[in-house]
Design a protein around this ligand. Structure first.
Ligand code: NAP
Length: 153
């Protein structure tokens, strides 16, 4: 299995920082997945999990009931929308490997260069990532998972 988890958040709006965010959040999905695919295809149950965010979900951004619709994260959100499309496209292009995206939830990590003390514990957010990485042969592909089930793209 492959879990594409690395990511950064930068709020500055300029070209160099936008490139850094896409270079850390979206482009590695291609780099690492392409590097891992030969090995994944030799697995009896090949699974890829792309750690994304509700901030990259068009559905969550348009739902007033969701925090993502009230947060301004222009470049970060766009980079995570790219992660979503990479997940959908890879799921279709490589049907023998299961590709799913996961929204881990707002979590107390070092994201953004400071400790998100308001976020929930890492152990809780990691659970859904682990569960999605551990799906069996009959598990889904091309989905966006969160705590309560599927998150709209
Ligand atoms: N925290 C949240 O509330 C939240 C919410 C939704 C989604 N997410 C997503 O969850 C994932 C994990 O983030 P986190 O919250 O755990 O943040 P974090 O504590 O800042 O950890 C980010 C991780 O990504 C790695 N990384 C960053 N840039 C990299 C690069 N260019 N090359 C290789 N590794 C790189 C970091 O490695 P180093 O330590 O070596 O720099 C670190 O291990 C990210 O994809 C993030 O977008 C987080």
């Amino acid at each position: 299995m492959l879990v594409n988890n690395a990511g950064i958040a930068m709020l500055a709006l300029n070209g160099p920082d936008a490139l850094k965010v896409f270079d850390a959040n979206a482009v590695p999905i291609v780099r690492v997945t392409e590097a891992a695919l030969p090995l994944l295809k030799r697995s009896a149950n090949p699974v890829v999990v792309n750690v994304s965010s509700a901030l990259g979900s068009f559905a969550a951004n348009h739902d007033p009931a969701r925090p993502a619709s009230h947060v301004s994260a222009i470049v970060y959100g766009a980079s995570k929308a790219a992660v979503s499309m990479l997940t959908v496209q890879y799921a279709r292009a490589v049907p023998e490997v299961k590709f799913n995206a996961v929204e881990p939830g707002y979590t107390a990590t070092e994201m953004g260069g400071h400790h998100n003390s308001q976020g929930r514990p890492v152990e809780i957010s990691a659970r859904n990532i682990v569960l999605t990485a551990a799906i069996g042969n009959d598990g889904p592909t091309g989905t966006f998972q969160e705590d309560d089930g599927e998150l709209g793209w």
